[in-house]
Design a protein around this ligand. Sequence first.
Ligand code: IDP
Ligand code: MG
Length: 156
Amino acid sequence: MKEETTLIIMKPDAVLRNLLGEIVSRFERKGLKIVGMKMVKLEDTLLENHYSHLKDKPFFESLKNYMQSSPVIVMALSGVNAISATRLIVGPTKGYEADAGSIRGDLSISGQTNIVHASDSPETAKEELERFFSKDELFNYDRLDLDFIYGEDERE
Ligand code: IDP
Ligand code: MG
């Protein structure tokens, strides 16, 4: 099976609205494994790289201000098909369009303050993990409930 690692950012609205436990708990209960986690302040250059696909958008300055309005928590999550599975849990960009049950659908009604970031492809996941974590900040261990998280034929 395809074990992947993806990057999650719990954005300033998650921190300031005291939603961190709620969000971490959803990923944990799904069966994803936290392999890295820390609090950071997002500097200009890092944000300009992270959101380089949006640099020419009229909302870019306001996106930067939002992302710098408090420290954020960055998290590396591992699991089978973790990248696409995580995007489903997070929901589409605009909170007001996201299905109930997703993080954005349940917790955001905004197109900008939408609680979490999740990498959108294997290429971006690799790039974003390298952007936010050094090698010694990522860890390898087994969840105790692994036998129930995956079926026998799904385990490596
Ligand atoms: P994603 O976070 O769902 O991958 P992207 O298109 O990569 O969506 O946009 C990155 C972030 O930029 C969004 O999560 C949101 O915070 C912000 N953003 C995207 N589109 C808009 C917009 O039209 N107005 C304001 N902020 C936006
Ligand atoms: Mg994106």
